[in-house]
Design a protein around this ligand. Structure first.
Ligand SMILES: [Fe+2]
Ligand SMILES: [Fe+2]
Length: 150
């Protein structure tokens, strides 16, 4: 189902939902890093995971400016964790894992695209979301190409 993350009617909602999504994405990256066998793919996925860490730090820094809560890892377990479970349930093989990761990136791309278009996001904070959107698109491009050749 298409994500509604990024469409929130106020900044605290936008930030809190993006934090939940990022934590879920990072859990899926960790599950992926444990399972990928190709060293080149592992190196690239580890770099992308670092992008997600940066996204999470930027959102965490933004949160107090808007009185947003910073959801914890425990909160994520209640709401999401679909990405991680999906990866953990996959039969081994780099190609299906990378394909599943690519489909997770559809949600991160949509979420940041929504945030970039959301009128509740002040212009000064939009570049953070635009940069994250570009990162997520780059992640998906690699995963799509890599899943075809693995
Ligand atoms: Fe991210
Ligand atoms: Fe990503």
């Amino acid at each position: 189902m298409a994500t509604t993350v990024g469409t929130g009617g106020d900044m605290p909602t936008v930030i809190e939902n993006l934090i939940l999504l990022e934590r879920d994405a990072i859990a899926a990256y960790d599950a992926t890093l444990e399972r990928l066998s190709d060293a080149t793919h592992r190196t690239r996925i580890a770099e992308f995971r670092a992008d997600h860490d940066r996204h999470l730090s930027e959102l965490t820094l933004m949160a107090p400016r808007y009185g947003a809560n910073v959801p914890t890892e425990g909160d994520v377990k209640q709401y999401l964790t679909t990405g991680k479970i999906q990866i953990a349930n996959l039969a081994s093989g780099d190609s299906p894992i990378l394909k599943a990761m690519s489909s997770n990136e559809n949600d991160t791309i949509s979420a940041y695209a929504h945030a970039c278009d959301n009128p509740v996001v002040p212009a000064e904070d939009r570049p953070i979301f635009e940069r994250a959107l570009a990162d997520e698109k780059r992640h998906k491009e690699y995963m799509d190409a890599a899943s075809r050749t693995s």
